[in-house]
Design a binder for this molecule. Sequence first.
Ligand code: CTP
Length: 398
Amino acid sequence: MLKGKRIILGVSGGIAAYKAIELLRLLTKAGAEVHVIMTRAAQEFVTPLTFQTLSGNPVHTELFNLIAEREIGHISLADRADLFIIAPATANVIGKIAGGIADDMLTTTVMATKAPVLIAPAMNVNMFTNPIYRENEEKLRRLDYRFVPPVSGSLACGWEGEGKLAPPETIFEEAVAALSPKDLAGRTIMVTAGPTREEIDPVRYISNHSSGKMGYALARSAARRGARVILVSGPTSLSPPSGVELLHVTSACEMRDVVMARAVECHAIIKSAAVADYRPVDRNADKIKKNSERASVELIRNPDILGGLGRMDKRPYLVGFAAETAMVSEYAAKKLSEKNLDMIVANDDSQPDAGFNVDTNRALLIFRDGRSEACSLMSKDDLAGRILDHIAAELASR
Ligand code: CTP
């Protein structure tokens, strides 16, 4: 995801410096080349050796270190960066940057960079609300510095309130967003995800094994690329992607109501939800007792939500999913034409590494004009990127 990206991670002095280790791990795991700069105060909390070991690169601590300057000086470090993150950023460091002070390796390199700068503050709540700090933050925001706001909680200094460093996962997400192309800016994209549940009685339901991972990856990726995202989700155990409007639904009928109500706002709709095809004719008000040896539940067809979207007068760009176990491309192409879609993502569910409940997928993208594109085994995040590449290109050409 961040393959080939060069990131400078500036760590300033605060107890939250240890959380920068987790952030570094997330960045390197995603493929980024990370160069760490630590202030003198940061080294009181965590040793440079920890960051050096985990980044695989020398840690920069001194502005006037002759060896480090010869190998990769602060200017070339600043020049080569795709993104500069400061986490945690103290009130002091933020004040210095806002005031144009460059008196150590971190502040000098920030001043010399043309890369986007992402600042994740961490400080005492009274410092955070201090008008001097507020003014510094506002000034930097006006100058296009991005902030990952701190969260509320009990602070290391004993106070309760805002000032705790944002979780490393949130800072990571903002970093990925900062480095993503904004080719979906101005577009509204609806994604449906997860299974639906069709209740039999108050304690039982019919559902399927969908985890929602593919839909959540699509929603996350579209938001990173600048889209306004409406995520309509059946029950899942996933944490909501940041920056999306998440609407929870349970049954297929509820999903249909929400999707149809919001469809007119959308430039594209991606229906990755595994909608239950049938629901019980009647939902028992009370729990059904086991009074007989055999039991049966009469089922009735659920509305075809995607089919309904395909019949809209001015329909958005429509993407469906087809989970097949045989004759994958034939069945998927038939669904594409029957439901009047623009693209269908066909999964071979007979494969253990594709489809439901796994992190990877192998798919065949089939388009309305008969073209197709085979996607080899890849992460659901990468597949989401491929699907969105097509949507972005198509929307741009309209
Ligand atoms: N879909 C929908 N509403 C339904 C059922 C499915 O919107 N009631 C959508 C799914 O979100 C998916 C696509 O339609 O994008 C799947 O097509 P469908 O023909 O319903 O697939 P299957 O349920 O797998 O069909 P079959 O069981 O006939 O293979």
